[in-house]
Design a binder for this molecule. Sequence first.
Ligand code: FES
Length: 127
Amino acid sequence: MKRRDFLSSLLSLIIFIVSGKLLLDFLGFRLKKSHKIRILRDEVTENPRIKEGVIYFRDRDGLHILSGRCTHLGCIVEFDEKSGIFKCPCHGSEYALDGSVIKGPARKRLKKLDYIVDGNIILTAVD
Ligand code: FES
């Protein structure tokens, strides 16, 4: 192999590796990007509501913000007012108000989300 061919191949390999790394970094960034949600404090009642995949309600213990994404395969749960629990419409998992699993196939509880209160606005983020 001539020196010129070797350098050309080496340069091609470096470009391939660097572009692959940049692509993976970009995709990783896109996948990890979280979705910010704004909730007005006036919207928060004792009846759980779900907005853009975020569950919010208050009780005597305070404000509760949970991810509404089922931990089985990621469907968004619904609140069943009659039974007072969250039910997943996809495969039937059920969660208590605190997010703990009542019935599978889900095994993990609904994720508690961090949030900040800024005046009348509650800011949180969900994946
Ligand atoms: S995605 Fe919720 S039970 Fe399967």
